[in-house]
Design a protein around this ligand. Sequence first.
Ligand code: ZN
Ligand code: ZN
Length: 423
Amino acid sequence: MTYDPVRGMRDILPDEVGWWRLAEEKFREVARLYNYREIRFPILEATELFTRGIGESTDVVGKQMYTFPDRKGRSLTLRPEGTASAARAYLTAGLQVKEPFQKWFYIGPMFRYEKPQKGRSRQFHQYGIEAIGSLDPGLDAEVISLARSLMERLGLGGLRLRLNSIGCAKDREAYREALKEHFSDRISSMCTDCRRRYRDNPIRILDCKEEICRPHIESAPKSVDHLCAECREHLEGVRERLDFLGLGYELDYRLVRGLDYYTRTVFELSSDALGAQDSLIGGGRYDGLIESLGGPPTPAIGFAGGMERLVLALQEDGKIRPEGEPLDLFIATLGDEASRAGLKLAEEIRSAGLSVDLDHRGRSFRKQLNLANRLGASSLLVLGDEELESKEGKLKDLSSGKEEGVELISSGIIDRLRRKKGV
Ligand SMILES: [Zn+2]
Ligand SMILES: [Zn+2]
């Protein structure tokens, strides 16, 4: 019998993990520069958090959640995204009273029941930012700048930032009506998804990529024409600050984002590494989310990006590559006694902070040498009966091939290896 991973779940094997760590480390680095602190929230939440927070009519909640009852019959859901959890965590910790302004980042697995394809699995991973407690357009500019700065540090070129404002809840209501009116005599010739969206949430029609729907969408009213004075001013404020920072963007009146909690600023950042229409990061304001979860009115903005897609972009187009994991020493052993002595020596050298490996499969001497080379060991020590008897061995530099005699005491070997490493 063999076991397969659950459909849409996959292993990230050690050869690939270097790319993941590279992306994660750069994200942590940039987050620190902007003073965003890490938060880790649970993978399971009460289902209601997402149905209320993200919206029942969205694809994520309507079709894609991993929801199941626990042993007491409570409905739980594997988190499909991070923002609802961040908003919940903010309230759980009482931060609305204690310290209402928070800047957070997170990295972790998310779960959506979608059709698995290249770059999309059911367990996927997101990195994200949440800045909670301010409506300042400067904060929008900061969050966007952080996203850009991450891509630049990863060496991803051809960056394109698209920006829109979908207004506050009231504006969205007016906009929804305008869209309903626009689509009312067109919807019968549009795709089935759009017909459903027309009923549930007509704003989502703008997301449709179907050819037959495109002309109807092209002529649709723009959200920016339905903004109240305050939201118009906010959008102007964001644009003014982006200009001031020299962050190029284009206004995209079709940009809406798929989740119900978005308000005002929405944006997407893409790189030509993956084709222009696929965004690497998407985000926006969610000024009403915390209130809808029972908290006080609390403006907030954030973004999220898929780690899988970021890693793909890095592998295809990034200017940086993961560093190897160098091995300082390989000990090749011949015979039982040498193998035991090697084990001990390895322990002592490791405790000095140097990496050591040795054979555990009784390989021949020649195969052990091959292994040492394959592992990229910088030095090799050979231990056999002769060396054990004389208490002296040879330390070989595997890049130059040079050999030097060493006493078989760990302190002497540690000194040599350290000198070689320059530490
Ligand atoms: Zn408004
Ligand atoms: Zn459509």
